[in-house]
Write a protein that binds this ligand. Structure first.
Ligand code: SF4
Length: 214
C-alpha cells in the first residue's frame, strides 16, 4: 500500500516536458523541510491505496505521461514498485525527487527530475550527491530552486563541478515562489551563457499558487 495525497490529470507545469498532458500521482510525506516548500499539505494525511488501484486510476485518464511526485515520493519504499509497474504498463514515467534518497534502485526506464537543494532551502546538507553521478544525458533533468543570488552562485558551482550541462537532458533553474525578482533572475541566466533553462511553474500561473489537484 502507498500513502497517496492526490491523483489527478493536468498539464505538466515544469521541466522540459512542461505543457504536455500528464497524470500525477502525489505521494504523501517528506522528511525534508525546505523553508520555501509549496507542498506542505502533503506532509500528513493521505489515503492508503494499493498499487493496483493507483494504476487503475491513472489508466482511466488515458494519458501516457505520468509523474510520480510528492512530498518526497522515494521516501516510501513501495514507490519503487509503483514506478516499475507504471513502466511495465508502458507509461512514460517521470519521477520528481527532492534528491536526498538514493535513486540507485529506481527502474532505469523512469526519467528522473532531480532537485539539488540550494543553501536558502535550509536543506543543502541533505543532498545525496551520488545521485548526480547517475544522471543520464538523454533522460534525466536536474532542478535548482533558487531564492536569491547566493543560490544562483551555488547552482553554477554545482553545474560546473558535475558537468551538468552535458550530463543531463536539461538543467532547470526555477524561482522559489514569491521570493525572487523574475526579471533579475532572467538577467543572471541570460548573461551566464550557460546551457540552462529558466522555468516557471506553469500550473501556478494558470490556476493560482494555492490550487490543488492541478
Ligand atoms: S523536498 Fe519538496 S516536498 Fe519536501 S520539503 Fe522540500 S520542497 Fe517540500
Amino acid at each position: 500500500m502507498l500513502r497517496v495525497t492526490e491523483i489527478f490529470r493536468s498539464i505538466q507545469g515544469e521541466s522540459s516536458h512542461a505543457g504536455r498532458p500528464c497524470a500525477f500521482v502525489r505521494l504523501t510525506g517528506c522528511p525534508m523541510r525546505c523553508v520555501w516548500c509549496d507542498s506542505e499539505y502533503t506532509f500528513t494525511g493521505g489515503e492508503h491505496i494499493s498499487i493496483d488501484e493507483v494504476i487503475n486510476q491513472v489508466r482511466a485518464f488515458a494519458c501516457n505521461l505520468v509523474e510520480v511526485t510528492g512530498g518526497e515520493p522515494l521516501a516510501q519504499k513501495e514507490a519503487f514498485d509503483l514506478i516499475k509497474r507504471l513502466c511495465d504498463e508502458e507509461f512514460e514515467v517521470l519521477v520528481e525527487t527532492g534528491g536526498f534518497v538514493s535513486t540507485e534502485p529506481l527502474d532505469r526506464r523512469a526519467k528522473v527530475i532531480l532537485d539539488v537543494k540550494c543553501p536558502a532551502s535550509g536543506e543543502e546538507s541533505r543532498n545525496h550527491w551520488s545521485n548526480l553521478d547517475r544522471l543520464r544525458a538523454d533522460k534525466d533533468e536536474v532542478k535548482f530552486v533558487i531564492a536569491n543570488k547566493g543560490d544562483w552562485d551555488f547552482a553554477q558551482e554545482i553545474i560546473d563541478r558535475y558537468q551538468l550541462e552535458s550530463r543531463s537532458r536539461a538543467v532547470l533553474i526555477s524561482p522559489a515562489w514569491d521570493q525572487i525578482d523574475l526579471k533579475e533572475m532572467a538577467d543572471w541566466i541570460s548573461g551566464s551563457g550557460r546551457n540552462v533553462r529558466m522555468q516557471l511553474q506553469l500550473h501556478k500561473y494558470i490556476w493560482g499558487p494555492e490550487a490543488r489537484g492541478v
